[in-house]
Write a protein that binds this ligand. Sequence first.
Ligand code: ATP
Length: 334
Amino acid sequence: MTAPVSIRDLCRHYGPARALDHVSLDIAAGEFIVLLGPSGCGKTTLLTLIGGFDAPTSGRILIGGRDMTGIAPKDRPTTTVFQDYALFPHLSLTDNVAFGLRMRGMGRAARIARAQEMLALVGLEGRGDRRPHELSGGQRQRVALARALAVEPDVLLLDEPLGALDLKLRRAMQDELKSIQRRVGTTFVHVTHDQEEAMAIADRIVVMNAGRIEDCGPPAQVYLRPATLFSAGFMGEVNRIPLTGGQSPLGPILPGTGTLLIRPEAIGLQGPLPLGPARLIDATFFGTYQRARFAPLAAPDLTLTAHLPQGMALEPGTELALHATAHVLLPETP
Ligand code: ATP
């Protein structure tokens, strides 16, 4: 089951605070959308409004073309998976997963069969008799997902569902979440502040800041061609070079005015955009690359960060002619 979601000019004010400030977004049926942003940017508020647990100050939400204004959470075609799993400790996994089906009046045999099918979907086949305390954090998260999907929502809302897991398990669960979403085809709206997680799972990332949408697009677009300086910085490390009428601290490298953005992995010894000679300040080994910091000779106060090959000999003090393989020029200035 799946449906599109249309968010139209949504505002949620708490007194003078604008948790959401004129947010509009169209989500396609079956899309995996990630709401990404720093603490307090309004992503949980948006998820809460879609689920119907709170009402907007103004604006509307349509799910499957139906206006959700005034419709209670239980009557919406949505379910929510929370970070703390919220499983019933005294119930077996099967009964946990079947709980929502029981509430909807499904007979015991049918709901047990469906719960077992859902447990199999999340890789917990044959473990339905266990209790939540016998499971690891990742397994509990999978039960919560199975329970949410059992009722066949059109839209699944996920509020930092992997936040309590350690990094390795989190990365593994991201792959699983994505593959489960592909199999069921349900629209997923997932909240996180982890940009790597967003890139790993999203069809489209929605970058939020101070109650507004700053950027929205597939991961590669948001990372490589960010719409704003905030979005560029939130998605990962980026070099910012000011440009005024074609003049930059590095010299006349490009025509235009604004801020030139260059990702560290786009700086090296070759490339179409020469950045001039620079002195290596230091280099740190990061496994798959070395993070090297340079002071350009033309502007020693402007540090440039480059990700250089793992095996490259890098001696602090060495002078190298730097080039960029890719860049973005935004009209904004910091
Ligand atoms: P986090 O990642 O920390 O959960 P978030 O991006 O999900 O942050 P929200 O929880 O949506 O952010 O909050 C957005 C803003 O609205 C914050 O400034 C928050 O303090 C404010 N806010 C949220 N709920 C309320 C409330 N019930 N009363 C007053 N202010 C609120």
